[in-house]
Design a protein. Structure first.
Length: 351
């Protein structure tokens, strides 16, 4: 798996690729596999900071019972297995980015632009965004908008951006704990704030965090942020209300992890036919009303649709066959089975 980071201040050239997949959940990951078997190269864009979509973000330890051949599998384990499966195709991932713009070009390809300014030129677009894009929940703090993007962040794109800074992490789930552990070695100081002294994260992460607190390397506060202070977009301090009163602490950067909400997002502005915030598709190719744009998984709708992961896998397989005809219109499509095709087995590294 390749994760691409963009140099600060650089205006990148558009990345040219066969397919851009929007969404790195199970359906998006399996689409990489199906497309890879047909020699189609993929870049995958996801607003979250890691692959897995809902499975890894909302229920990483929740058991799933209806994935074929796996009587029981957790959301995180399923994600890990899918990542292992697509390794031979070396997809490039762009995490912490949202596709904001999509426009067809005169040569028939699509120009996609992320909220971070990265652009892609692709023959095919696959929307695998689940119920829509994940939007971080904003803390109810007056004036927080002024600090967003410069001092307040809802995800970590580059750990080095926080090096040598006084950081406040707010939350009690896996994201808050994981970034507490990962950022602590590079920041100047780190304070973890949660409204109660109980955490929803993995027990190992909780234990490791408490060890750092005992060693004096992390400050743990029980309470809530009530105000932010600073000039312009530069954060300088935060007021925290605890059981014994209010305290103002020096803070250069705040990372609030208050969970996520799902919204259709910019997809609604791409000129696709929509039905109650879902994208209608045909059941032959799972193509949308716009040729070359496909939708698979929970974000699409058609007669008889079942919102199951296994349904999304089936949709990805048929989508890939249609995508190959767009990328290679003159190439004869020969359907092959991985169990008997030596060429497919060679691509997978098993022959």
């Amino acid at each position: 798996m390749t994760v691409l980071e963009r140099p600060d201040g650089a205006q990148p050239e558009p990345i040219e690729t066969d397919v851009v997949i929007i969404g790195a959940g199970p359906c998006g990951l399996f689409a990489v596999f199906e497309l890879g078997l047909l020699d189609l190269k993929c870049h995958v864009v996801d607003i979250l900071g890691k692959p897995g979509g809902q499975c890894s973000e909302l229920y990483p330890e929740k058991p799933i019972y209806d994935v074929p051949a796996l009587p029981i599998v957790t959301g995180q384990e399923l994600t890990d297995r899918l990542l292992e499966q697509i390794k031979p195709f070396n997809p490039v991932f762009h995490f912490g980015e949202r596709i904001d713009g999509l426009a067809r070009q005169t040569d028939g390809r699509f120009l996609l632009t992320t909220d971070g300014g990265q652009q892609f030129l692709a023959n095919v677009v696959v929307i695998a965004a689940g119920g829509g894009s994940f939007t971080p929940k904003r803390p109810p703090l007056q004036g927080i908008e002024a600090f967003e993007g410069t001092s307040v962040f809802y995800s970590v794109r580059r750990m080095d951006d926080f090096r040598g800074k006084d950081v406040l992490i707010v939350g009690g789930g896996d994201s808050a704990l994981d970034w507490t552990l990962n950022l602590q070695p590079v920041v100047k100081s780190l304070t973890l704030l949660h409204r109660r002294d109980e955490f929803r994260g993995a027990p190992h992460s909780v234990n490791e965090m408490r060890r750092l607190v005992e060693e004096g390397r992390v400050r743990l506060m029980i309470g809530q942020v009530t105000a932010l202070h600073g000039e312009g977009s530069k954060l300088a301090a935060a007021t925290v209300k605890t059981a014994i009163g209010q305290e103002t602490i020096g803070v250069e950067t705040m990372l609030p992890f208050f969970g996520l909400t799902m919204k259709l997002g910019p997809v609604a502005d791409w000129g696709l036919n929509l039905n109650e915030n879902l994208i209608p598709v045909d059941t032959e190719k799972f193509e949308t009303s716009e040729k070359g744009i496909f939708a698979i998984g929970d974000i699409n709708t058609y007669p008889g649709k079942l919102k199951l992961i296994l349904s999304g896998f089936h949709e990805a397989a048929l989508m890939a066959q249609a995508a190959q005809k767009i990328v290679y219109p003159d190439k004869k499509v020969v359907f092959q089975y991985t169990t008997s095709s030596s060429s497919l087995q060679k691509k997978l590294g098993v022959k």
